[in-house]
Ligand binder design. Structure first.
Ligand code: NAD
Length: 381
């Protein structure tokens, strides 16, 4: 028998603002927290806020939820809330994140951490001034394959870095009948479009590895300009759909090409996250397209790619069998375990969530990409 989870006696009381797709995922992750064996902190979802009252109804079945607030001010005034997770459209990030910080709560923010670079800097600076603990949601690096790739890339074993590719690819927007939503309009998603939506997932590992581009040449595409509005008419779809950024990272005085790909229209891809780093001595390639498979390159007397089947090799141990396959709910739970442990000073050398500085750094890349697209030129970051 495994020992029960050595959780702290008092749970961290978490509230959610934005009871949509991501708000519900958090409730589900907390609901099976007992699956973790060595996470030193235990969360409890105590309060939920959404301006759309029917969205709150789903949370009535969550036994720990004691407050359902349509107004965030009521929720933020509650003394029995320690941490707030905010998952709302991008144009509301700055306003709601700063409200949370000023209410004296710690914040688990959603990407892209503000609608643009200026907003992200203001939120980061306010959090620093108020001394609040803030991290930003980006779960893919918690996949076993991503962790293995990160460890190899940071080990120095790659030799001289030759090239890097990081991407997140979707395909459902290829359906022209897919109705418009807030993620597909500049006013609510932000001028950076798909980069705001998918970009932190793509930039998180490179930035953590210290691979911040110095320059960028962007190829941004708007593919469908209109979509059904869901009421029998059509509405403008003015965001960038696909973004391919050819960037240059300066490493030890040498320029290294790094390609960042964020696409809503990549045929057949359903949330394919990929990361590839190739060096003179070793290399690594991982994609959720083949979720169990880690490819590593080695230059010996002969050169070869090795294929390794991965199991459930997670930073926070769990009851799940070592040979079983992890999925989205598992990495979301690992990300939350990292957030709560780091907040408690108990991360213990494990991989931490994206920081406000990393979120600002990704916006710096997207701002340069927009400048590159406008000028059809290479733009400095
Ligand atoms: N980490 C990830 O993998 C991931 C995946 C999807 C979305 N996201 C991010 O999560 C955030 C939310 O996206 P989503 O897909 O959950 O959106 P969603 O549209 O499914 O949900 C957003 C919710 O916010 C509510 N809302 C709007 N204004 C509000 C306000 N003023 N106060 C309270 N609630 C309000 C809406 O009613 C809705 O229920 C975005 O920042 C998005 O980029 C992250």
């Amino acid at each position: 028998m495994s020992a029960p989870n050595p959780t702290s006696p008092a749970p961290v009381r978490v509230a959610v603002i934005g009871a949509g797709l991501m708000g519900r995922e958090v409730a589900s992750a907390f609901g099976r927290w007992f699956a973790l064996l060595d996470c030193p902190v235990r969360p409890e979802l105590v309060a939920v806020c959404d301006v759309n009252a029917p969205a709150l109804d789903w949370f009535r079945q969550v036994p720990t939820v004691r407050h359902l607030d349509p107004d965030r001010r009521a929720l933020l005034a509650r003394a029995d809330v320690d941490v707030v997770y905010v998952a709302v459209p991008h144009h509301l990030h700055e306003e709601i994140y700063t409200d949370v910080l000023r209410a004296g709560k710690d914040l688990f923010a959603e990407k892209p951490f503000g609608i643009d670079l200026a907003a992200a800097r203001r939120v980061r600076d306010l959090a620093a001034r108020l001394g609040r603990f803030v991290r930003v949601s980006s779960e893919f690096p918690f996949l076993p394959g991503a962790q293995r790739a990160f460890r190899l890339a940071s080990s120095g074993e790659l030799g001289r870095l030759i090239e890097v590719r990081s991407g997140l690819l979707h395909s459902s927007d290829l359906d022209p009948a897919k109705p418009i939503n807030w993620k597909r309009q500049n006013r609510t998603c932000g001028e950076a479009g798909v980069m705001n939506d998918l970009g932190l997932h793509v930039a998180h590992l490179p930035l953590r590895l210290g691979w911040k581009p110095a320059r960028v040449h962007a190829h941004l595409q708007k593919i469908y300009r209109e979509r059904p509005d869901g009421h029998g008419g059509s509405a403008p779809c003015d965001t960038w759909d696909n973004a391919v950024l050819h960037t240059t990272v300066e490493l030890g005085g040498e320029p290294v090409p790094m390609t960042l790909e964020m696409k809503r229209m990549a045929p057949t891809e359903t949330n394919t996250w990929l990361f590839e780093a190739i060096g003179t001595d070793r290399g690594v390639r991982y994609s959720t397209k083949e979720p169990k498979t880690l490819w590593t390159y080695r230059r010996d007397r002969e050169q070869s790619w090795e294929r390794t089947d991965l199991g459930f090799e997670m930073a926070f141990r769990s009851i799940t069998g070592a040979i079983f396959e992890p999925g989205f709910p598992d990495i979301l739970m690992q990300m939350w375990a990292a957030f709560l442990s780091e907040r408690a000073g108990l991360l213990g050398g494990r991989f931490g969530c994206a920081t406000p500085d990393e979120a600002v750094a990704q916006h710096e890349i997207w701002a340069a990409a927009l400048a590159s697209q406008r000028g059809q030129s290479v733009a400095p970051v």
